[in-house]
Design a protein around this ligand. Structure first.
Ligand code: 3PG
Length: 216
C-alpha cells in the first residue's frame, strides 16, 4: 500500500475503472457521442490519448459535456504534455513510458499520474520518483502475464494497469492477477466503429464486457 495520497488517488481511480478504454479520436465531432456511448455501457473512466491534432479539444468537449465520464489523458510523453493535461482539467494522466524528465515533472505536479514501464529498470526509475502505480506497456508484447508475475517478485507492492494487446479474450485473466488494478486497451472502441458512428454497438460491447469482468 502506498502512503502517498497522490498515488492512492491514481490507484483508486484505476481500480474502480476495471477497464480503461484507450481512445484515439480523429474527428472532434466523434468525441462526445463516443464518450456517451462508453458511459452508457458502464465504462466511465476514459483515457483520451494525445495522438491526434484534435485530442486536446476532444478531451475538453468530453469533460464539459459528459460529466459522468472520468477523463484522463494518455500518451503523455513529456512535461509539456503533462501540463496540457492538467490545464484541460483531466482527472489523471497516463504515459506509455517513464523518462527521467517526465517522472520529475509528474512528481512535481498535482495530477495523479501513472508512468509506463516494461522492464525492471524502468520500474526502478519510476519507484525512485515515487510512482508505484504504473501502466505495464505493451503488456502482451512485453511478455504478458508471465513477465508481470516475474516483476512482482522483486516489486511486490507495485500495482499495474496492463495495456497493449489486452482484449475481450484475455481481460479477465489479467484482472485475476493480484497486482492488476484494471486493464486498458482500445478493443472497446474500435476505430472502425468510431468511423461508422456505431455508438449503439460500442455501448453493447461495453455493457457485455463490464458484466463479464465485474462478476469475474
Ligand atoms: C496504448 O496506448 O495503451 C495501446 O495502444 C493500446 O493497446 P491496444 O490497442 O493493443 O489495446
Amino acid at each position: 500500500m502506498t502512503a502517498n495520497p497522490k498515488q492512492a488517488r491514481i490507484a483508486d481511480l484505476i481500480r474502480q475503472a476495471t477497464v480503461i478504454p484507450v481512445l484515439t479520436i480523429e474527428r472532434l465531432e466523434d468525441a462526445v457521442p463516443l464518450a456517451r456511448a462508453l458511459v452508457a455501457g458502464g465504462v466511465r473512466t476514459l483515457e483520451v490519448t494525445l495522438r491526434t491534432p484534435v485530442a486536446a479539444d476532444a478531451a475538453k468537449a468530453i469533460i464539459a459535456e459528459v460529466p459522468e465520464a472520468i477523463v484522463g489523458i494518455g500518451t503523455i510523453l513529456n512535461g509539456e504534455d503533462l501540463a496540457r493535461a492538467e490545464a484541460l482539467g483531466a482527472r489523471f494522466g497516463i504515459s506509455p513510458g517513464a523518462t527521467p524528465e517526465l517522472l520529475q515533472a509528474a512528481a512535481a505536479s498535482r495530477l495523479p499520474f501513472a508512468p509506463g514501464i516494461a522492464t525492471a529498470s524502468e520500474l526502478m526509475q519510476a519507484l525512485a520518483d515515487g510512482f508505484d502505480v504504473v501502466k505495464f506497456f505493451p503488456a502482451e508484447q512485453a511478455g504478458g502475464i508471465k513477465a508481470l508475475r516475474a516483476l512482482a517478485g522483486p516489486f511486490p507492492n507495485v500495482r499495474v494497469c496492463p495495456t497493449g494487446g489486452v482484449s475481450e479474450a484475455n481481460a479477465a485473466t489479467w484482472l485475476a492477477e493480484p497486482n492488476v488494478l484494471a486493464v486498458g486497451g482500445s478493443w472497446l472502441c474500435p476505430a472502425s466503429d468510431i468511423r461508422a458512428g456505431n455508438w449503439a454497438g460500442i455501448t453493447a460491447m461495453c455493457a457485455k464486457a463490464m458484466k463479464t469482468l465485474k462478476s469475474a
